[in-house]
Design a protein around this ligand. Structure first.
Ligand SMILES: *Cc1c(COP(=O)(O)O)cnc(C)c1O
Length: 454
């Protein structure tokens, strides 16, 4: 392919047939997740109450590459390989000497990278005869991805949707229902966790941490229902690595290689997907800056602490070693709903702690400004989550310009923003506000951390 291409498309037959498992290449082992029931490392049997063995094995696998099942590859071909774009018009607008590329995951039918793991998770659950998957969703991106994936494999999907999104963002709900899923606003009366929250606050707007508790509870109480998580866990990051593996091949096609790799982080999975194959190269001696970008209103990596914490409010999930703002922290309602999570993938946390990646926190207004410039130059209206990666890429490109340096920058455009136009309207009409770092709320939440003896 010519060096001057704009849209770098990997032929379908060259789509990677394996995922990359970074667990195999870590400089030292990670601390294990702890069972809230026993205070000891979680056993596969405990996890089996809510996850299929196929995924539990991947969660702890020492193998560097794991075959992608044929049935999953078939479905991936509906939208994969996804295009890598050279952002020539953005480069020109910035007047930067840098080459800017973006990997576009918004081409999936669900509109984001989340379908990469949803399809894999539905597959392994189907293999074990599971009939129903319970899950949570914030703004609806994960819920819609799992609804479509469940539909492909004939599995019912029940989505607990954070109540404020359920009320304010009905279109994602219609999308989930179109693909056959059932959607319940959370907190709900269907679970103990939900009823407990409603007792304290009947008008609770809900949070991801509460919705996770409800979905886990439903799965734990029913034999043929499992739970499915759209981010954070090792197997989710694993499934997303097809993004970075494709990107490496696409860079080869145009004879380029990045100096800077960027992704936004909520639970960490789209970042992991693009970045982990590059972290592998970095461990093997390449010089690359790998940057995770989070919202200043929910600054898990830059202001959180690295410790053991629960993944949910009702303390039903295993206790994981990660950067956290405290499981009881409810982040301000910024418009990048997918980035409002108190914790962070243990793998991403570990790499940050080991200094293999860096992190940056950005305010939402500067990210919307970047999103508007990107929409006007490249055409695609990005998800507000992805706009954090765009803003960071622009900052890097401006730095390259000031330093007069030729640099190659790549970021993950994790999804499109077609269901987020109400937030664009707010930004364009000047109603959007930045939130200061909610220090007091975080300090309070950090008092509730579990005590895990080491
Ligand atoms: C969910 C979501 C995110 C954040 O989740 P990660 O697990 O950190 O990737 C980012 N971008 C989009 C478009 C999303 O849907």
């Amino acid at each position: 392919m010519a060096k001057d291409s704009t849209k770098i498309q990997l032929p379908e037959k060259e789509m990677p047939r394996q995922w990359y498992n970074i667990l195999a290449d870590l400089p030292k082992p990670m601390d294990p997740p702890i069972s809230p029931a026993t205070g000891k490392p979680v056993t596969p049997d405990e996890l089996h109450a809510i996850f299929p063995m196929g995924l539990i094995e991947q969660e702890v696998s020492p193998k560097p590459y794991i075959d992608i099942p044929e049935d999953v590859l078939h479905i991936y071909r509906l939208w994969r390989p996804s295009p890598l774009f050279r952002a020539r018009r953005l480069e020109a607008a910035l007047g930067t000497p840098a080459n800017i590329y973006y990997k576009y995951e918004g081409v999936s039918p669900a509109g984001s990278h989340k379908l990469n793991t949803a399809v894999a998770q539905a597959y392994y659950n189907k293999q074990e005869g599971i009939k129903k998957l319970a899950t949570e969703t914030g703004a609806g991106q994960w819920g819609s991805a799992l609804s479509l994936a469940g539909n492909f494999f004939g599995i019912d999907v029940h989505v607990y949707m954070v109540r404020v999104s359920y009320e304010q963002k009905p279109y994602r709900k219609f999308m989930m229902e179109t693909w056959g899923a059932t959607v319940t606003p959370s907190p709900s009366n269907l679970t103990n966790s939900g009823r407990e929250i409603l007792k304290q606050d009947p008008s609770s707007p809900g949070s991801l941490g509460i919705a996770i508790s409800e979905a886990v509870e439903e799965a734990a109480n029913s034999k043929d229902t499992n739970y499915s998580l759209g981010s954070v866990l090792n197997h989710v990051c694993l499934h997303q690595t097809i993004i970075g593996l494709e990107t490496l091949k696409q860079f080869e096609m145009v004879d380029d290689y990045p100096d800077v790799v960027i992704g936004c982080v909520g639970g960490g999975s789209n970042f992991a997907g693009l970045a982990f194959p590059f972290v592998r190269d970095k461990i093997n001696g390449k010089k690359i800056d790998i940057i995770a970008v989070e919202p200043a209103a929910c600054p898990t990596l830059t202001k959180g602490i690295f410790t053991y914490d629960f993944g949910d409010v009702a303390k039903l999930t295993p206790i994981m070693p990660m950067y956290t703002l405290g499981h009881s922290f409810i982040p301000p309602s910024i418009h990048a709903g997918g980035l409002r999570y108190h914790g962070m993938s243990p793998l991403v946390s570990f790499l940050y702690h080991e200094g293999l990646i860096s992190a940056m926190a950005l305010h939402q207004k500067e990210c919307f400004e970047a999103a508007i410039l990107f929409s006007k130059t490249e055409g695609i209206i990005p998800a507000p989550e992805s706009s954090h990666a765009i803003r960071a890429a622009i900052l890097e490109a401006q730095k390259a310009k000031e330093e007069g340096k030729q640099k190659t920058i790549v970021f993950n455009l994790s999804g499109h923003g077609h269901f987020d136009l109400a937030s664009y309207d707010k930004f364009l009409s000047g109603q959007l506000e930045d939130y200061e770092y909610p220090k007091e709320l975080i300090d309070k939440a950090l008092h509730d951390l579990p005590k895990v003896g080491k």
